[in-house]
Structure formats: structure tokens, C-alpha cells
Ligand binder design. Structure first.
Ligand code: ATP
Length: 368
């Protein structure tokens, strides 16, 4: 069992910089929690406070209902895997993995059992006699994981463990880590600035910005129901399109007007949430996969059709990204590879109005 409770946690560094502000989070046993956000948002600081490597300036940290603010890192029953694997070059892989346990004066046969079991889980049994310099980056990362696993900790903390690997290996190791989580059935807190890594690994994701939690949710909810414009823009690749518009009501119908008097008529349930905004500016967002070449869509939605010029065409094999301009707004559209569109073309596009997100321009919070 390992649940964690972070209550009103702050970190103020000695130079006065407030890196984490009023961080509140309940982590359940066996959860795979991701801290994600842009560089400098306070992810590592929070992780280091949990590990005990950084003092908590204010607030309380509980592990299994025990207040641990003043508990030494070694007594927290936590293992941390860092971005740099820092293996001892002169020791074999076996000894690298056994080292921490030897320091703890664990009996030899227990050490042997744990090292071999971890090596089996990570599929590195055949490497145990080698020195680190003979291993590939991915293999070294496995050894670093192995060193954490042998400790059989209550909680694993991982700080960008894959960022030194090339793109292909990162994808492979991502899958390995997911399997590892299923296998070990332990609590993992994982830091990354990569939203794809966050979306694919986490059971719950904590999105941070400037030391403040923006939203805590499942990957699907973050994607479908972002709480604010920052989360909407951060999660998803290519990112959500944002267009400034005015809420207008005319002839009983409520719509968004943008650019050169283009209109998006909203479905009734979305329109109902915008009545307080009539005459005001908002930002609306639409994901690239919800922007269509209009020929597929225009019959039912012709009033939402607009002309766009194609700037860039990106072929990804299974799909194509079209980078368009609509009245000076950049709009990305995800299309089928069979599309005939090419740079320089003018095409008609439509938005799936049921998938439109609308944000308050001042607070940047989601209205609908
Ligand atoms: P990255 O993805 O780049 O690692 P991060 O989200 O993990 O970023 P942190 O390393 O937690 O960010 O840093 C948060 C903020 O605190 C940053 O602005 C950083 O410059 C600042 N910071 C970190 N360590 C210290 C320190 N010892 N003294 C003062 N400020 C610090």
C-alpha cells in the first residue's frame, strides 16, 4: 500500500523564488500519476520534495497517512529514477543493481533473489556480468530502473527517465514502463514535459504551469474537457486551433463571429452557456481532427463553411496535416492522405460545431 497526500504545498527557494504554489493532490495506491507542464513549471521541484531531496517550505506531505515532511529521504521507502542513469562504470550490471542493497547490509541471498527477479522483469538477465559501457542507452535505462526495482519501494519517482533516449527507443521504453507498472502494481509518479508521454502512460495527469496545478484528470478528460485555454493548448498534437470571436445574437440564434464576418452557429446546449457573453469577445478552440474539408460536410453545415488557403502540407503516412490560413488566423486541419489539397490551394473548410470549445478571453477559463 502506498497512497500519498500533498496538502497546500509550497516551495520557496532561498533566493525568494516561489516555484510551487498551493499544490494539493491525493494519490491513490497503484496509481500512475504524471506531472506534466512546460520547462520551469515546478514538476521536478514537486517530485524532489516528495523524495525528500528538497525541503517543503509550507504544507504537508503524507505517505500512507504518515506525515513525512521531516523524514529523511532514505527512510521514505521511495526509489527515484533520474534522467541520467549514473551507473558506476567500474562495476558490473549485477553489482550496480546490488550496490544499494549491500549498503543496507541486506543478506546476500536476498540481494541475489531481488537482482535476478528485477533482471528477469526487465529482460536484462543476459547483461548482468557486463560493464555499463558495453550497454546501449535503452539497456542502461533498464538497469537504472532495475536499481529502483530491487529496493521494492512503496513509491517510484521518475524524473524524465526517457529524455536521453532517441525517439524510437523512447516509444519502446514507454511501453515497457506501462507493462512494468502493471506488473509491479506499485504507485508511480512520473515527470515529463512531453504531453504524448503523459497521455500514453498516465492513469491521471497533473498539468502544471508557473508552479500552479491547472487540471488533474484522466488523459481522455484532459483532451475532451480541458478546464482552461492553457490545458487545451498544451494537450494534443498538433495543438488545438484558437480563434478570437465575438458572441452575437441575431434572430433568436446565437453564433460566434470571427474574421471577416464569418459565423459559427453553435448547437443549443453550447449556445445556452454563452448568453452572458453576448456582445463580448471570446476565444474558441477546435482540434485539427474536428476541422474538415467542406465537401464532406457542407450539406448539413454550409453556414459554418469558410475559405482557407493552404500554406503547408505535412504527410505523416496515415494522415496529413494541412496548415491553413483563414482571415489571418492559422488553422491546422487533419485530413486523410488521399486529400488533393496542396500548398497555394484555396479550399473550403468546416468546423464540427459539437466539438468547439469556448474560453473566456480574460480569465482563459473554459465556458463550454
Ligand atoms: P524542467 O522540465 O525544465 O526540468 P521543471 O518543471 O521540472 O522544469 P523545476 O526544475 O521544478 O521545473 O523548477 C521550477 C522553477 O524553480 C524554475 O523556474 C527554476 O528555475 C526554479 N529553481 C529550481 N531550482 C532552484 C533553486 N535551487 N533556486 C532558485 N530557483 C530554482
Amino acid at each position: 500500500m502506498a497512497s500519498l497526500s500533498l496538502r497546500n504545498i509550497y516551495k520557496v527557494y532561498p533566493n525568494g523564488f516561489n516555484a510551487v504554489k498551493d499544490f494539493n493532490l491525493e494519490i491513490e495506491d497503484k496509481e500512475f500519476i504524471i506531472f506534466v507542464g512546460p520547462s520551469g513549471c515546478g514538476k521536478s521541484t514537486t517530485l524532489r520534495m516528495i523524495a525528500g531531496l528538497e525541503e517543503i517550505s509550507k504544507g504537508e506531505l503524507y505517505i500512507d497517512d504518515k506525515l513525512v515532511n521531516d523524514v529523511e529521504p532514505k527512510d521514505r521507502d521511495i526509489a527515484m529514477v533520474f534522467q541520467s542513469y549514473a551507473l558506476y562504470p567500474h562495476m558490473s550490471i549485477y553489482d550496480n543493481m546490488a550496490f544499494g542493497l549491500k549498503l543496507r547490509k541486506m543478506p546476500k541471498d536476498e540481494i541475489d533473489r531481488r537482482v535476478r527477479e528485477a533482471a528477469r522483469i526487465l529482460d536484462i538477465e543476459h547483461l548482468l556480468d557486463r560493464k555499463p559501457k558495453l550497454l546501449s542507452g535503452g539497456q542502461r535505462q533498464r538497469v537504472a530502473m532495475g536499481r529502483a526495482i530491487v529496493r521494492e519501494p512503496k513509491v517510484f519517482l521518475m524524473d524524465e527517465p526517457l529524455s536521453n533516449l532517441d525517439a524510437k527507443l523512447r516509444v519502446q521504453m514507454r511501453i515497457e514502463i506501462s507493462k512494468l507498472h502493471q506488473r509491479l502494481q506499485s504507485t508511480i509518479i512520473y515527470v515529463t514535459h512531453d504531453q504524448t508521454e503523459a497521455m500514453t502512460l498516465g492513469t491521471r495527469i497533473v498539468v502544471m504551469k508557473d508552479g500552479v496545478i491547472q487540471q488533474v484528470d484522466s488523459p481522455q478528460n484532459l483532451y475532451d474537457r480541458p478546464d482552461n485555454l492553457f490545458v487545451a493548448g498544451f494537450i494534443g498534437s498538433p495543438q488545438m486551433n484558437f480563434i478570437d470571436a465575438t458572441v452575437v445574437k441575431e434572430g433568436g440564434e446565437l453564433f460566434l463571429e470571427y474574421g471577416e464576418h464569418h459565423r459559427v452557429i453553435l448547437p443549443p446546449e453550447k449556445a445556452a452557456k454563452l448568453t452572458d457573453y453576448i456582445g463580448k469577445e471570446v476565444t474558441f478552440g477546435i482540434r485539427p481532427e474536428d476541422v474538415f474539408a467542406a465537401d464532406k460536410y457542407e450539406a448539413a453545415h454550409e453556414h459554418n463553411t469558410v475559405e482557407a488557403s493552404v500554406r503547408v502540407f505535412e504527410m505523416l503516412g496515415a494522415e496529413v496535416f494541412l496548415y491553413l490560413t483563414v482571415d489571418g488566423f492559422d488553422v491546422t486541419c487533419c485530413e486523410h492522405p488521399s486529400t488533393k489539397a496542396k500548398p497555394g490551394d484555396i479550399m473550403n473548410i468546416s468546423f464540427d460545431v459539437n466539438k468547439i470549445h469556448v474560453f473566456d478571453k480574460e480569465t482563459q477559463m473554459t465556458i463550454t
